[in-house]
Design a protein around this ligand. Structure first.
Ligand SMILES: Nc1ncnc2c1ncn2[C@@H]1O[C@H](COP(=O)(O)OP(=O)(O)OP(=O)(O)O)[C@@H](O)[C@H]1O
Ligand SMILES: [Mg+2]
Length: 251
């Protein structure tokens, strides 16, 4: 394991009826980009949803920078510095762009001691941060339900950047993006990685991850079956772990 342990999970378990979506999964995430790869149904999204507070695990312990934490909801996860990006989950459809960015962490101003939402400042800060993300959004006053997949990703990414999250969870973040948007998204992610963030990205794009990730975790049928450094393996090795024709765990 390179770098310091930022985020550690132990024994994370989740069943849906008779389906063991996650089977006593333990992992340590340090600074840099960890890719999570695995076949459809391997448990990747379940894992990300648990880490982001969307899904309650049956069992599991979580530690941030060595301290035990309880990730009870997405709002609590964000308060702990864990931001997540999904196409559909992370945003409130009926709120506009800046209200989504500041959801649960609204800025207030006081007039004669009475707290009021500081709409203007939230709108300005949202617009500034979105500019950094460089994906076009019509206006910060647009309802999120009227945004494209890529634009929604940009809003969630801008939120993570603005609040200086230390852990970023990404579940197939570029699945709905065109090639140009994907490139620009990946560049922003690599910038965050170079800035010392802990990024965990679920993806089906193995060649891209061999290029970008510091570490690749391979999941199969609810288990972590291998943890490798891209430079130590070939794409064929990764595929073999995914489908179960290889089972050796290296690190
Ligand atoms: N809410 C749910 N109710 C019942 N079963 C679920 C639920 N969510 C996930 N599962 C099951 O848990 C298993 C893991 O699903 P998960 O979505 O985590 O897979 P995944 O690795 O993200 O797959 P994909 O690559 O297709 O996104 C699957 O068998 C799935 O059917
Ligand atoms: Mg999934």
């Amino acid at each position: 394991m390179e770098g310091n342990a930022i985020f550690q999970v132990e024994n994370v378990t989740k069943s849906y009826g008779g389906i063991h979506a996650l089977n006593h999964v333990s992992a340590i995430f340090g600074e840099g980009l960890t890719a999570i790869i695995g076949d459809n149904g391997a448990g990747k999204s379940t894992f990300m949803k648990i880490l982001s507070g969307v899904t309650k695990p049956d069992d599991g312990k979580f530690f941030l920078k060595g301290q035990p934490v309880h990730i009870t909801s997405p709002v609590e996860a964000r308060r702990l510095g864990i931001e997540s990006l999904y196409q559909d989950l992370a945003l409130a459809d009926t709120l506009n762009v800046y209200a989504n960015m500041f959801l649960g962490r609204e800025l207030v101003r006081r007039i004669a001691g009475v707290p009021l939402l500081d709409e203007r400042r939230m709108a300005r800060l949202a617009a500034e941060t979105l500019e950094q993300v460089r994906i076009n959004i019509p206006s910060v006053h647009t309802m999120v339900r009227n945004l494209s997949g890529g634009q929604r990703q940009a809003v969630a990414l801008a939120r993570a950047i603005h609040f200086n999250a230390s852990v970023l969870l990404l579940d197939e973040p570029t699945a709905a993006l065109g090639p140009k948007e994907t490139d620009s998204f990946n560049r922003i992610i690599m910038g965050l990685v170079q800035g010392g963030k802990t990024v965990i990205m679920v993806t089906h794009n193995i060649p891209q991850m061999m290029d970008m990730a510091n570490r690749v975790i391979i999941m199969r049928a609810g288990n972590i079956v291998a943890e490798v450094r891209p430079q130590d393996v070939t794409q064929e090795d990764v595929m073999a772990f995914m489908v179960g024709s290889r089972t050796l765990i290296t690190d």
